[in-house]
Design a protein around this ligand. Structure first.
Ligand SMILES: [Zn+2]
Ligand SMILES: [Zn+2]
Length: 163
């Protein structure tokens, strides 16, 4: 059946919600499939959680991509692989036909970080020109993501998410 297999490892995807955004989540690799329109809400909600654990005034290392040529779980066509917010730090996969994104687990925290930092930098530019501080390593970032997952992920709601 279309729509319930992880494009990375073929595990069955669980339907659920993450910070009240409907997602399909892979229990094996922790990648998520979300609607394109839900991305901003998810990142905004995650940022509130992540900001308890990390500072957004840091630099991050590019996230290693797990590879392009992901097959869309919905229609099985090859998803478009592109850099999030015009940078090559995070490469994400998108299906225009199904209007969904596949986000690997190591990418979500970085996307949240990049998005929130852009917002914060914009706000800072309007006030003072504050220098950016230390570099945040990926371990710290992933650790913070794990915390955000634990606080925000609810599975098994059977929300009939996408397909
Ligand atoms: Zn998976
Ligand atoms: Zn598709």
């Amino acid at each position: 059946m279309a729509g319930n297999k992880c494009p990375r490892d073929n595990h069955k995807l669980d339907e659920g919600e993450f910070h009240e955004v409907p997602v399909m989540h892979c229990p094996e690799c922790e990648g998520v499939l979300i609607k394109q329109l839900s991305l901003m809400k998810l990142l905004t909600e995650m940022a509130k959680e992540l900001s308890q654990d990390i500072s957004f005034e840091s630099e991050i290392e590019p996230i290693e991509d797990k590879g392009a040529n992901v097959s869309c779980p919905g229609c099985y066509s090859v998803m478009e692989n592109y850099g999030y917010m015009g940078s090559n730090d995070v490469m994400i996969d998108s299906c225009g036909q199904c209007s969904v994104l596949w986000i690997d687990s190591n990418e979500l925290a970085a996307m949240c970080f990049i998005n929130e930092r852009a917002t914060k930098r914009f706000e800072q530019r309007r006030e003072t020109s504050k220098e950016l501080s230390n570099r945040l390593d990926n371990y710290v970032l992933q650790d913070a993501l794990r915390g955000a997952y634990m606080r925000g992920l609810r599975l098994g709601y059977g929300m009939g998410f996408i397909f």
